[in-house]
Design a protein around this ligand. Sequence first.
Ligand code: URA
Length: 277
Amino acid sequence: MNPEGRARVEAWLEYFNDLGISDFCLDRASSAVEAARTPVEPIPAAPEPLLRPARVASSVVDPNPTHVAPVLPVIKSASLFAANERIEGDTLEKIREDIGENCRRCKLCEQRNKIVFGAGHPKAELVFVGEGPGHDEDMQGLPFVGRAGKLLTQMIEAMGLCRDAVYIANVVKCRPPQNRAPEPDEIETCSPFLYRQLAVIRPKAVVCLGAIAFQSLTGTKPSMSRIRGQWLEFRGIPLLATYHPAYLLRNPNAKGDVWEDLKKVMAHLGLKLPAKR
Ligand code: URA
């Protein structure tokens, strides 16, 4: 669309926004009105089986999942132009190349050791999104390899999956000093790379680990206790937030809540619950 046309459409949208009408500004497939009328269009199946059980004896992929895709509420902050931001022929390798070996786009570069791009199956049906690398991740260049990472691995295995069948990424690719939360300018600078990763992988579900991941993908700031365990849609991808594993290390009582959330993800992916031992 040319700039003049785009400006006209934006003015038109603003006008309807002022009237309190906003849902129509998303692409047709994800508009709330359409969503209310029709089931969510299924995401095409990945070309090869990705959800390999971690332990075959304790869990198997359900061959006849009875799960019916829920009609998902639409995230209103998703941009009308989001679809146009997709890069033709994009790959994880190109994204990594575009970040560069010595990215200096934000102040996190000053103290980082290694860029933590993300790791896992390039066609994963399930992606976990964390906040940003910690000390161990910064040293190794890999996501979730510290204490919280070990807990995340346990969570993934409890779902009957192995870690290399899923993809794990962060909102920011460089460690915030002293493990502080990433700041808005850092998130704004780095999150387009995450959006591209998600657009390339096109998983069947994204699990946001903690509030920062949820806020960064949805542009909303509700409390975790309110939104965890609820399905939303991010650019056509079902998304659910749960507590960050680091929070679970401090609050082990919340593990039950997280397990409930993960069971919803398993149902969505057609995975059977592990047999009780
Ligand atoms: N916490 C995160 O959010 N991401 C990591 O990679 C490690 C810890």
